[in-house]
Design a protein around this ligand. Structure first.
Ligand SMILES: O=C(O)CCC(=O)C1=CC=C[C@@H](O)[C@@H]1C(=O)O
Ligand SMILES: [Mg+2]
Length: 368
């Protein structure tokens, strides 16, 4: 792919309002932007989605920067590649560190698609012109949740996801259900429960939720299979699925009926697509998860969600859900509940250089 140089930017922005889960609150978001330029001057962009602290997965912005700087970029400097899938294969010699790998692998996909003068969605086999958009409500106040939901419904979002935990589940969700009897609602527990909470989880069955995401431990698929036998609400796995093998095992074990695919969590677009293809073959619907991300990762998510198996609205909301001003132009917008899949080459969005510059707190360049 004739790489000339790679630039890493660590950027930082405040969220418009805090994103609260039982694991803590995100008020400020750091992220990593990867820019890969080839010898023809074409640039591909990727985004590292690890958080500043390891509350969601073990990776952080600092561990990702270490992996990119000291391991992954040096590997690419040593081995020339012709296709992003070769980078994914090369990175298999390194254990885990999926978000760091995805940051660079997705930039290579954007670069590759641009080199072919095709959209990223087109090059990976996307079939949708628009994708259905959903949004996440992450607050511990029912009053705020109802107010937020009202606004999101006015903006046209097709489904709402609500964060739950044993201190905030049945009452919280049933208040929302009472106001909105037919609204598609899903609940995300981020592993807040154990099998001892079976009665609490079973009680949610009557609320007609689309699914419950990751009720049990991130390291488990056995107990999720046992739980799914006891509750009617479909289980969706997020944190438990970090590889293709995890997805295959979970489907075969009956641990979930739905999978949330996040490119960063599984190490890149190559692996995300493999999981999608497997789920499509086995009639397991998938949807694209979010990471409170900036526009570049949001653009990659749009391309991924254009694949045929993404039949459920994902956590792909407008740039304005979290940011006063995003780093891409135009920003991602939701109209009538959908986001248009761009047909320009690569990710189909340009970079808002002014915004990138004013949010950059660290920058480093690697020559090839
Ligand atoms: O990016 C978005 O729109 C929402 C992201 C989101 O819900 C999550 C991001 C990261 C960690 C979690 O709490 C949560 C999730 O688990 O899906
Ligand atoms: Mg989740």
């Amino acid at each position: 792919m004739n790489i000339a140089n790679i630039e890493l930017y660590v950027i930082e922005m405040s969220l418009k309002s805090p994103f609260i889960t039982h694991l803590g609150a995100v008020r400020n978001r750091e992220g990593i932007i990867v820019k890969i330029r080839d010898k023809d001057g074409v640039c591909g962009y990727g985004e590292g989605v690890a958080f500043s602290t390891p509350w969601y997965t073990e990776e952080t912005v600092k561990t990702s920067m270490h992996m990119l700087t000291d391991v992954l970029i040096p590997l690419l400097q040593k081995h020339s590649i012709k296709h992003p899938e070769e980078a994914a294969a090369l990175f298999q010699s390194i254990r885990r560190n999926h978000m760091a790998k995805a940051a660079i692998e997705t930039a290579l996909w954007d670069l590759y698609a641009k080199g072919q003068k095709q959209s990223l969605a087109g090059i990976i086999g996307g079939t949708r012109e628009v994708i259905a958009s959903g949004v996440v409500v992450a607050t511990n106040s029912i009053k705020n949740a109802l107010k937020e939901i009202e606004g999101y419904i006015e903006e046209g979002y097709q489904r709402i996801k609500v964060k739950i935990n044993p201190q905030q589940d049945y009452e919280f969700l049933s208040a929302i259900r009472t106001y909105y009897p037919i609204l598609p609602i899903m609940a995300d527990a981020n592993s807040a429960y154990t099998l001892k909470d079976l009665d609490r989880l079973r009680a949610l069955d009557e609320l007609n939720l689309m699914m419950i995401e990751q009720p049990l431990s991130p390291n488990d698929i056995i107990e999720h299979a046992a739980l799914q036998k006891e509750i009617q609400t479909p289980i969706c796995l997020d944190e438990s699925i970090v590889t293709f093998e995890d997805a295959k095992n979970a489907v075969q074990m009956g641990s979930c009926q739905v999978i949330n695919i996040k490119t960063g969590r599984v190490g890149g677009l190559t692996e995300a697509k493999r999981i999608h293809d497997y789920c499509l073959q086995h009639n397991i619907p998938v949807w694209c998860g979010g990471m409170i991300e900036f526009g570049i990762s949001r653009a990659h998510n749009i391309a991924l969600a254009s694949l045929p198996g993404f039949s459920i609205p994902g956590d792909i909301s407008a740039s304005s859900r979290f940011w006063e001003e995003d780093i891409i132009s135009p920003e991602v917008t939701v109209k009538n509940g959908v986001i248009r899949v761009p047909d320009g080459s690569g990710i189909g969005f340009s970079i808002n250089q002014k915004r990138l510059k004013e949010t950059t707190i660290f920058k480093k360049e690697f020559l090839f």
